[in-house]
Design a protein around this ligand. Structure first.
Ligand SMILES: [Zn+2]
Length: 435
């Protein structure tokens, strides 16, 4: 089945962001803390924007959120917000990856003139959309100056500055842009930041080595697209194929880099000394590379973007096998250039339909495991005392409410949904009446 053939989905009515003033005790039909057992009719005491207690029957005066599943705020580790104004993905379902890259290049150059008036528009729109679909934390791959990101209360951001530099000269230019980005980081209210050397065909090995050194020295994560398409593997093995042509046409061909065969494993090994690494896609990694990621799980996570994967009609992703092997797999939306929207829960629901996996394992991929991949495991991705009071509420459809004996995770991954909300508890704002 390839559901990306159907029309792009749109935001369900009623999705949005809800603010509630703390101190408050919240009650939901189900609380999934993502650590320990699910709590039917669970309650959370929130003070000063933080969870202080959770359990059952803390009080008889709780604010009842109704028949919903309350999760920690969802964590989307991988997105490119610059494409958020696209109404549908570039190309068509089944487009070859090099053709799609060509369309991205054309689209970017067409945007340069039109977005000059309001350069922040795609980021503003993308952040609003992600929040309205329940995302609390978002890992943004930024290929523009930091000023393109508007100040936003949510989702909270981890911004990865993208490094593109396939030749030694361009690699030096990319470093200079990154240095300018470093100077802006302290002014921003981001949750964190990192670097994203883009991919083996756009990053000179010397630039990758520099990024790894920066990651280690500054203790920040890296994101790297790897083994995404058969064309990339052909380039690495033989230095030929459509990506080689694309690089030549762009005046970005560096023959030394592809003079002898290279495996994705060697690129993985080149990042072994980084502080933390998110390998993005990895659609065509070998069994040996899977073993490497499992063995290096303290440092490495693998980001799977299910609807983007389906859009390109890649070979079946070995999701269950990777999990069984011990690879930390997390789910991302990627961007609107290859996915219908920025609804992270829809990525998990899509994966649930395509892969046989425990629903709790899938939900971990968009909560605690995703937080771990980004280095945020001490506070995000779990509901524990001290965690930020930012939650995702999922309301199953009227006809399939979670009942005692019905798995809440099952209901929100496999059943119909009424709406999804991001719930933010703040000490400052005025209370709103829950619907
Ligand atoms: Zn990406």
């Amino acid at each position: 089945m390839n559901r990306s053939d159907s029309a792009p989905t749109s935001s369900a009515p009623g999705d949005g962001v809800r603010r509630i003033a703390a101190p408050v005790v919240l009650q939901a039909r189900w609380v999934l803390p993502m650590q320990g057992d699910a709590l039917p009719d669970g309650q959370l005491r929130v003070e000063q924007g933080r969870v202080v207690e959770l359990g059952r029957r803390l009080t008889t005066r709780a604010l009842d959120l109704g028949s919903c599943v309350l999760l920690p705020g969802l964590v989307n580790p991988h997105c490119h917000l610059e494409f958020s104004t696209l109404r549908q993905p570039l190309g068509h379902p089944g487009v070859s990856f090099p053709d799609w890259v060509q369309q991205v290049i054309q689209w970017r150059s067409s945007q340069q003139a039109s977005s000059a008036a309001e350069p922040q528009a795609p980021w503003r729109q993308g952040l609003e959309e992600a929040a309205a679909r329940g995302t609390a934390v978002l890992g943004e791959i930024l290929s523009h100056p930091a000023q393109h990101i508007p100040p936003a209360e949510w989702p909270r951001l981890v911004v990865f500055f993208e490094l593109l530099g396939p030749t030694p000269t361009r690699a030096e230019e990319a470093k200079a842009r990154a240095e300018a980005f470093f100077r802006h980081v302290p002014d921003r209210r981001w949750l964190g930041w990192g670097l994203s050397p883009h991919a083996p065909y756009t990053v000179h090995p010397r630039l990758l080595a520099w990024a790894v050194a920066q990651s280690r020295q500054r203790r920040v994560p890296l994101q790297f697209h790897l083994a995404e398409s058969p064309a990339e593997l052909e380039l690495l093995r033989r230095g030929t194929g459509p990506l080689a042509e694309l690089l030549r046409r762009a005046g970005a061909w560096c023959p030394d880099v592809f003079a002898s065969p290279v495996r994705p494993l060697e690129w993985l090994q080149a990042m072994q000394k980084a502080h933390r690494v998110l390998v993005v896609h990895g659609n065509y990694l070998s069994a040996e590379e899977h073993r490497y990621l499992a063995g290096q799980r303290k440092r490495f996570s693998l980001v799977f973007c299910p609807r983007t994967h389906a859009y390109f009609r890649h070979e079946k992703y070995p999701l269950a096998e990777l999990v069984a092997q011990g690879v930390r797999v997390v789910l991302g939306t990627d961007s609107r250039a290859s996915s219908p929207d920025l609804a992270l829960l829809e990525e998990a629901r899509f994966a649930a339909a395509e892969h046989r996996l425990d629903p709790h394992v899938l939900l971990r991929m968009i909560t605690r495991d995703a937080a771990r991949a980004l280095g945020l495991e001490s506070t995000w991705g779990r509901i524990v005392p001290g965690a930020p009071a930012m939650f995702t509420l999922v309301y199953p459809a009227e006809d399939t409410p979670p009942r005692p004996g019905t798995e809440a995770a099952e209901a929100i991954l496999h059943g119909k949904l009424r709406r999804v909300e991001l719930l933010v508890c703040t000490a400052e704002c005025s209370p709103t009446t829950p619907r």
